[in-house]
Structures are given as structure tokens and as C-alpha cells.
Design a protein around this ligand. Structure first.
Ligand SMILES: Cc1cc2nc3c(=O)[nH]c(=O)nc-3n(C[C@H](O)[C@H](O)[C@H](O)COP(=O)(O)OP(=O)(O)OC[C@H]3O[C@@H](n4cnc5c(N)ncnc54)[C@H](O)[C@@H]3O)c2cc1C
Length: 403
């Protein structure tokens, strides 16, 4: 079967990889280059155990501060956009214990499949992607935060996660670069099995490997709509002309909603904007972290990728505005200086912004939908976990397509 994968982010490329393994002829199309979207500068975490959705009951207590505080990591700019409002209402409806628990269980299962898929790809391709499996610490600044984390650890224990609460001293034993910050935390959750890698390098390695195996790449080519005949998509309409195929996979990240609308399908995928910086680190032992660290108070993640530190955070509901305000980058710099004062001279920051393709519940949209042409499969809406979930989602979509 000839399958056209729309979108060369990590999700589209992982899908193409699985489809080629399954024996399909694959064309990958992107309006830019592989990894140009949210996959390019993300938090670099393969966060297989930290899948708790943003839509959580604890959001109700935090919401006023998150929305009103000037230095809040969450920002809402209300717009005349029905998607933003419908998404917001559905998000709040999902902020209850039962939905959050159900989503966590489903995402843990998908993440476990994804770990297996990623490892299989790594064994075959050995991509140069600054991969590490040094584990992760999520730091808590107060007892209330730690109590919530304890409850989540207990819940996830019943779902098979191996995590434990650790004291500030234990944090320093696990990650010596936290020595100067340990006094500002009351404890952390440690997950020894978490991994990190440079998602852009994974995208580039997959694109190279696919090309070497005969996959056609149509880059700088925008998909604008579809030629639908008798309920099936005959071709994707692109800036370079029509592209016929037997089946299509929509992996367009935050553009998925708009393109699905041309098929009469409503996808609840909204951009959740974030930022990152990437800095060279001081190689001296204990200066920069080896372990991935999330500072839950600042809502900032730190991941070591080779000789660099990726620092990422913030969640803004501001539409598709791709500007990078200096204040947001300053805030990431300040967080880095506070948590890891000796990590980097921070001369070159490489500021970046990206849009998480977020669904209200946090669950991605995988496979066929009843109200869309049956030769269109969806693989989108991975929110804050697209790198983590890419290979599991790709396996499910490839299985749904069949031979
Ligand atoms: C600040 C930040 C930190 C993050 N940290 C992590 C993390 O630590 N771990 C993790 O697992 N996830 C993380 N994520 C989420 C993760 O980056 C995303 O979920 C993931 O990149 C989504 O991949 P994708 O392939 O679906 O979308 P994208 O990477 O956005 O790819 C979509 C592709 O579609 C193309 N496209 C769009 N419209 C068209 C069109 N009309 N025609 C042709 N091509 C088009 C784009 O050019 C793009 O290449 C983070 C995201 C952000 C923003």
C-alpha cells in the first residue's frame, strides 16, 4: 500500500518508520524540514512514568494563581476562536479525579509500548541523539506539593511504575549538581528508569534512515486540503500539486485541527505554547546535572543532552503566535541559575518556542475516526508527551492500518 504521512515531526517520522517496517511504500510530506515543529527544541525527556495529564483536579486550586500571577508559567490570551473556548471547557470538564486516573493508566500503557518501540529503533539505527538513561527527579518546594506527589506515586505503583519519594539529601546523592539548591526543596520523586535524548537529532536520524530505505520526502510542501471521492481521500492537495495515495496519516501537530476541518472533522487539538533554551555546560563533575530534573514549583524541566543542557517550560493558550518574548527566556535563565548555579556560563542561549498539540484530556487521537474518510488515520494530539509517546502511537496506527 502507498501511504502518505503528513508531517515530519517525531510522530510522523516514527509512523513512517513503522510503516516501512511493515512493508508499505511511504511518502513523507512536510511544509518545512524534519523536526521543524514542536519536536525541534522540546524538553528532551522520554518521560515514560511522568504521564499525569495537565487536566487534573489539583488545577482548580491552582488556577487563580496560575492565571493571575505575572510570572506564572501558564498564560491565557482569550481569542475569538471557537476552538480555544471549546477546548477550554472540555479541559476543565476533564479536571476530575476519575478522568485523570483513567488518562494516566492509558498513557502509562502507551508509554510502555513506546519505550519498547524506541529501544527497538535505537538497537537497529543507533542514532547519534545524545541518549541517556540516567533517571529523573521531580522536586517539590513544599509539603502540600509532596503530599500530592506521594498520592500519585501510590496510584502509579498499582499501575506498575517504579518510583519513590526521596529526601533533599538523597536528591544530592543522586544528582550532585543539586547541592546548592537542596535547601529550597522538601523532597522529590525519583524514577531511575527515565531517559532523555535530543528529539531533533532523532528526527534527523529517522529521516536519513528512511530516505536510505527508499522513502520519498516532499519537503517545503504544504498540504492545503484533500480531494475526497466517494468517501475516500483520492489525493492530498498540496502547494506542489495533488499527491495521490492509498491511505494517509495526519501527523500535523497543531495544524491537525485546521486540516481535519477541511474533511468536516473536528479535532480538539489546540496549541499549548512553550519555550526552551539550550546551553553548553561546564564539564566539571557536579557542575551540570546528568539526571533529568523537573522543578515543580517553577514548572521547568532540565535535561542533559550530551555537552548541553536543555531547559524548557511554560504553557500558554495564545493561539499560533510564534514570538519569543525576552521575559520568557529570562525566566528560563533565572530558573537555571537558581537550580544549577554552576552549570553553564550561558553565553549562547538558543531561544526556541514550540506548540504542544494538546487535547483537553491529554490523550492523543490515534487511528480512524467514524466521521472522517476511512483511508485517513490520525496520529496527533500528544500534548506535552509527543516524544515520549511517538513510537507507541506509531505502532498502534500502523497496526490499525494493517498490511
Ligand atoms: C516547550 C516544550 C517542551 C516539551 N517537552 C517534551 C518532553 O520533554 N518530552 C516529550 O515527550 N514531549 C515534549 N514536548 C511535546 C512534544 O514536543 C510534542 O508533543 C511533539 O513534538 C509533537 O510531535 P508532532 O510530530 O505531532 O508535531 P510537530 O513536531 O509539531 O510536527 C508537525 C509537523 O507538521 C508540519 N506541518 C504543519 N502544517 C503543515 C501543512 N499544512 N503542510 C505540511 N506540513 C505541515 C510541521 O512543519 C511539522 O514539521 C514538549 C513541547 C514543548 C513545546
Amino acid at each position: 500500500m502507498h501511504v502518505c504521512v503528513l508531517g515530519a515531526g517525531i510522530v510522523g517520522l516514527a509512523t513512517a518508520w513503522l510503516l516501512v517496517q511493515q512493508g508499505h511504500e511511504v511518502t513523507v510530506l512536510d511544509r518545512a524540514v524534519p523536526g521543524a515543529g514542536a519536536s525541534g527544541g522540546n524538553g528532551a525527556q522520554l518521560s515514560y512514568s511522568y504521564v499525569q495529564p495537565l487536566a487534573d483536579p489539583s488545577i482548580w486550586a491552582q488556577l487563580p494563581k496560575l492565571l493571575l500571577s505575572p510570572d506564572s508559567p501558564l498564560k491565557l490570551r482569550p481569542q475569538l476562536d471557537p476552538l480555544q473556548w471549546r477546548w477550554g471547557v472540555a479541559f476543565l470538564a476533564a479536571c476530575n479525579a476519575r478522568t485523570s486516573r483513567d488518562t494516566t493508566a492509558r498513557l502509562l500503557a502507551l508509554a510502555a509500548e513506546s519505550r519498547t518501540g524506541f529501544e527497538r529503533m535505537r538497537a537497529e539505527l543507533a542514532p547519534d541523539c545524545d541518549f541517556s538513561a540516567t533517571g529523573k527527579l521531580v522536586l517539590y518546594a513544599n509539603e502540600a506539593g509532596l503530599a500530592g506527589a506521594r498520592a500519585q506515586v501510590e496510584l502509579q505503583r498499582t499501575m506498575g511504575s517504579v518510583q519513590r519519594l526521596v529526601s533533599p539529601d538523597e536528591c544530592v546523592a543522586i544528582e550532585p549538581a543539586l547541592a546548592r539548591y537542596a535547601g529550597q526543596i522538601v523532597g522529590a520523586v525519583h524514577t531511575p528508569s527515565e531517559c532523555a535524548a535530543d528529539c531533533l537529532k532523532v528526527c534527523e536520524a529517522l529521516a536519513r534512515a528512511l530516505q536510505a530505505r527508499g522513502t520519498r520526502f516532499l519537503l517545503d510542501t504544504e498540504v492545503r486540503g484533500f480531494d475526497v471521492r466517494q468517501g475516500r481521500i483520492a489525493a492530498a492537495k498540496t502547494s506542489e500539486g495533488d499527491l495521490p495515495a492509498d491511505a494517509f496519516v495526519m501527523a500535523l501537530g497543531t495544524a491537525s485541527h485546521r486540516l481535519a476541518r477541511t474533511l468536516g472533522t473536528w479535532l480538539p487539538v489546540y496549541p499549548l505554547k512553550g519555550y526552551s533554551i539550550t546551553v553548553d555546560v561546564d564539564p566539571a563533575p557536579g557542575a551540570a546535572p546528568q539526571v533529568s530534573v523537573t522543578d515543580s514549583a517553577r514548572k521547568v524541566v532540565f535535561a542533559r543532552i550530551g555537552g548541553r543542557l536543555r531547559v524548557a517550560g511554560m504553557a500558554e493558550l495564545v493561539g499560533h503566535d510564534a514570538s519569543i518574548p525576552a521575559a520568557r527566556i529570562d525566566s528560563l535563565v533565572a530558573a537555571t541559575r537558581a537550580v544549577f548555579p554552576g552549570a553553564s556560563a550561558m553565553t549562547d542561549l538558543q531561544p526556541w518556542t514550540g506548540m504542544r498539540p494538546a487535547t483537553p484530556t491529554g490523550l492523543p487521537i490515534l487511528g480512524r475516526l467514524p466521521n472522517a474518510p476511512q483511508n485517513m488515520l490520525f496520529n496527533t494530539g500528544h500534548g506535552a508527551l509527543g516524544f515520549t509517546l511517538a513510537f507507541g502511537s506509531a505502532q498502534r496506527v500502523a497496526a490499525a492500518l494493517g498490511k
